[in-house]
Ligand binder design. Structure first.
Ligand SMILES: NC(=O)c1ccc[n+]([C@@H]2O[C@H](COP(=O)([O-])OP(=O)(O)OC[C@H]3O[C@@H](n4cnc5c(N)ncnc54)[C@H](OP(=O)(O)O)[C@@H]3O)[C@@H](O)[C@H]2O)c1
Length: 345
């Protein structure tokens, strides 16, 4: 059994980790932290876990976490980078769901996150945990930077086009929409039901923290710098991301082979589903599941490829992908604990 610790257990990604790990046959959660709720039984806060999780929240304590085989950080940015070096020294493996170790350029990280990075050594050594790109490196990693939610949906949708050099990398557009759980569980007026219900808006159109992460991943896929316009939107639902992606095909004759190219690229990926050409994946088709579903479109004789990509932000966009990474790191079947289909309706 893998002994697992979770730092940041009261948040939405923390409780999603607990839900998935509660039925994982090879992992046992031995420690789950919260500073504000220390002492409270987990099931008192999250009644869906009654009968599944007997633990109470505890204060984060490095000496306790050092006794784990793997620690998930489900904390705001700035927390993991301060605690990880001590855990690394103790030989613990870590999957960080925050943004602390995702960017390789630490000046860019400091600009977007408003603080200096405090663990340059481990930012350099961390493996960016998108299994569809870096499975071999994840297997051997001590520290995995779990990708952001929007960056997962956007990168998976664009990857085959950029890896094959089929589109103009300077003109990529990602128009993405997320449910409210993407903002976490802290009380904020702007996230009240009365503020977001029956409404729909863009935010961060002048620049969002996921933009440099998307740019970094897509540039690696293209083998050169990319130009990407990314605009997120908030929709009045709880879970889910839909990203509508646009790219200019260099040679329109390539349209005929795009569907088979996508199917071949993701043929052996257990959590990526390429749907029939011209179909419309729905967020509810991945709700609670670790899948990314996508479909390709072309409007009349245009040279624009349209890709619609959907994930559950808390699962393939966070906790599910983190458990997928844990499975890879420990040499387990990647699908363990992640095979339940989505909830529908
Ligand atoms: N929500 C999503 O869809 C999503 C998707 C992908 C990635 N992420 C990332 O995952 C991380 C967690 O997101 P979330 O939505 O679960 O956040 P959240 O709901 O705001 O929860 C944050 C958790 O971290 C704990 N925490 C806060 N400050 C801490 C500190 N200084 N030391 C130790 N624990 C601390 C909080 O508990 P206490 O304050 O009681 O200790 C709480 O349990 C964030 O970095 C987020 O960007 C979120």
């Amino acid at each position: 059994m893998i002994k697992v610790g979770i730092v940041g257990g009261t948040g939405y990604t923390g409780v999603e980790l607990l839900r998935i790990l509660a039925v994982h046959p090879e992992a046992e959660v031995v420690c789950i932290t919260s500073r504000s709720e220390a002492g409270m039984p987990v099931a008192d806060m999250y009644p869906n876990l009654r009968g599944h999780v007997d633990l109470a929240f505890s204060e984060p304590d490095a000496s306790v976490l050092a006794g784990c085989d793997l620690v998930f950080f489900a904390t705001p940015h700035g927390v993991a980078m301060r605690m990880v070096p001590e855990l690394m020294a103790a030989g613990v493996r870590v999957v960080d769901l925050s943004a602390d170790f995702r960017l390789k350029d630490l000046d860019t990280w400091a600009d977007w996150y408003g603080m200096a990075h405090e663990s340059a050594e481990w930012a350099g050594k961390a493996v960016y945990g998108l299994p569809e790109v870096a499975r071999a490196a994840i297997r051997d990693a001590q520290l995995v930077a779990n990708p952001g939610c929007y960056p997962t949906a956007v990168q998976l949708g664009f990857l085959p086009l950029l890896e094959q050099g089929l589109v103009n990398p300077a003109r990529l557009i990602a128009d993405a929409k997320s449910g409210a759980s993407g903002a976490g569980r802290q009380g904020k007026i702007g996230m009240l039901h009365g503020e977001i219900g029956e409404s729909f808006k863009a935010y961060g159109a002048s620049g969002h923290r996921h933009l440099p992460e998307i740019r970094q991943g897509l540039s690696a896929a293209a083998g050169k710098g990319v130009g990407v316009t990314f605009v997120p939107h908030l929709v009045p639902m709880i879970r889910g991301i839909e990203a509508t992606l646009y790219a200019e095909l260099v040679d329109v004759a390539d349209f005929d082979r795009l569907q088979s190219l996508y199917e071949a690229r993701y043929e052996n990926e257990p959590f990526v589903d390429v749907m029939p050409f011209g179909s419309h994946p729905e967020t509810r088709s991945v709700r609670g599941a670790n899948h990314c579903r996508m479909a390709l479109h072309r409007q009349e004789n245009s040279n624009i490829v349209i890709v619609s990509s959907v994930i559950d932000n808390l699962v393939k966009g966070a906790a599910g992908q983190a458990v997928q990474n844990m499975n890879i790191m420990f040499g387990l079947d990647e699908r363990l604990g992640l095979s339940a289909p989505a909830l529908l309706p």
